[in-house]
Design a protein around this ligand. Structure first.
Ligand code: AMP
Length: 423
């Protein structure tokens, strides 16, 4: 029996990888403009990092993590998300002492979660994310949100919905937490076992439960917005003001909570509102996590970030019928006639490629007509035809495929001539 790809994973085939490269490059270029630099961390980390950093009450840690023991008896996990690793590296490399503050980082790479695969949900998926560590200025919150929106905008997405909320500071969260416990406790028996466990540990997460989503107590649950102290309220007002100044539209949704334990203040999600996008509409999620760096063993440092998967971004582009500009062109295809010309084309091809041009020839002894067909299929701008007669005269025929015009050029200036068409 042939071996199949693991469930929940996908091959990215050549016809699609150009789109991935384009998206990754666009995102990286935008990050550069905002002064975010790339960080690359390992794909596996100590399991402990995610227990602490993601939180042991989360589905990710409780049910979805790929954990394994290595030959040395260490418990390791394939990373389920990027923030914990970035923060671990921030602490380990003492980036809190770097001259440039806040530390602004971005990453791209595969993440692993043992989830039930469906459209838009994979067991291995690629997240692009950013983290800004070291500042608690609401302008950074607005900047982080604007980067995600800008990446989507530049890629051509239009049907987006940005939803924001605040979880408040510790004091506000605590007051809200007590109100939530008082709200759910009398009827907690009607909720799933996960929610029952969450009641004391992290009642905010009950609002995030997929199973009990429609329970009547969910709709009447106390809203965080009623428990914000002055400082938290001002903070949230500023974030909204800055978004308004950047002309980024948004909605405030007080039920938006993040599944992870370390979030406070700003939380946000970007959804696709494109028709036919599918059941899972969230494209991007992010928020502030002022307690995380300390939890990972560093000095108290505020942070905020987001992550989105390229898989869902591609699905949104498809739903909006956006074509990325990834059509590849070939600068020159060399058609040869006869053995000698074919031999000589090896050198010519090499010269073209050394000059930074894209060039190709036939390797299957195909007839001239078929060679022309290949050139067409590869979108060749120029076809160079080399026969025995031309070779004797040290010449080659160049055909401009867009106009059909032909000219004969000296072999010595061939590369220069092809270059002219590049411009
Ligand atoms: P999270 O880390 O759960 O906040 O997710 C952030 C973003 O990652 C989501 O908005 C999705 O774009 C993406 N994402 C999360 N889980 C998956 C998955 N299993 N498959 C594909 N994309 C995912």
């Amino acid at each position: 029996m042939s071996i199949k790809i693991p469930r929940g994973t996908k091959d990215i085939l050549p016809e699609d990888s150009a789109k991935w490269q384009y998206i990754e490059k666009t995102a990286a270029d935008i990050c550069r403009n905002y002064q975010y630099e790339e960080i690359r961390t390992p794909i596996f980390e100590s399991s402990e990092l995610f227990l602490r950093g993601v939180g042991d009450t989360t589905d990710i840690v409780q049910k979805e993590m790929y954990v394994f023991e290595d030959q040395g008896g260490r418990s390791l996990a394939l990373r389920p998300e990027g923030t914990a690793s970035v923060v671990r590296s921030f602490v380990e490399n003492k980036m809190f002492g770097a001259a440039n503050q806040p530390v602004k980082l971005y990453y791209t790479g595969p993440m692993f979660r043992y989830e039930r695969p469906q459209a838009g949900r994979y067991r291995q998926f690629v997240q692009f994310g950013i983290e800004a560590l070291g500042s608690e200025d609401p302008a950074i919150d607005a900047e982080v949100i604007s980067i995600a929106m800008e990446i989507y905008r530049q890629l051509g997405l239009k049907e987006l919905k940005l939803v924001i909320n605040t979880l408040g500071d510790n004091e506000s969260r605590k007051a809200h937490r007590e109100a939530l416990i008082a709200h759910f406790e009398p009827r907690i028996g009607e909720f799933c076992s996960d929610c029952q466990n969450r009641l004391e540990k992290n009642p905010l997460r009950i609002l995030d439960c997929k199973k009990d989503r429609d329970h009547e107590l969910m709709k009447t649950a106390p809203s965080i917005l009623d428990f914000l102290n002055e400082e938290s309220k001002n903070y949230f007002d500023k974030v909204q003001k800055y978004l308004g100044e950047m002309e980024i539209s948004f909605e405030v949704d007080p039920t938006l909570v993040r599944g992870l334990d370390y979030y406070n203040h700003t939380a946000f999600e970007i959804m696709s509102s494109a028709e036919g996008f599918g059941a899972i509409t969230t494209l991007c999620g992010g928020g502030r996590y002022n307690g995380l760096v300390e939890m990972i063993g560093g000095p108290a440092t505020p942070g905020i970030g987001f992550a989105f998967s390229i898989e869902r971004l591609l699905a949104a582009l498809e739903a909006e019928a956006v074509e990325l500009p990834v059509q590849t062109e070939l600068d020159c295809y060399i058609v040869t006639m006869g053995e000698e010309a074919k031999d000589h084309s090896v050198k010519l091809l090499h010269k073209l490629r050394q000059a930074g041009l894209s060039a190709e020839r036939d390797y299957l002894d195909r007839k001239i007509k078929t060679q022309f067909k290949s050139a067409d299929r590869m979108n060749a701008k120029l076809v160079a035809v080399l026969g025995e007669d031309e070779l004797k005269e040290n010449k080659i025929n160049l055909k401009d495929m867009s106009t059909g015009e032909q000219q004969q050029v000296d072999l010595d200036v061939f590369v220069e001539e092809v270059k002219k068409y590049r411009a």
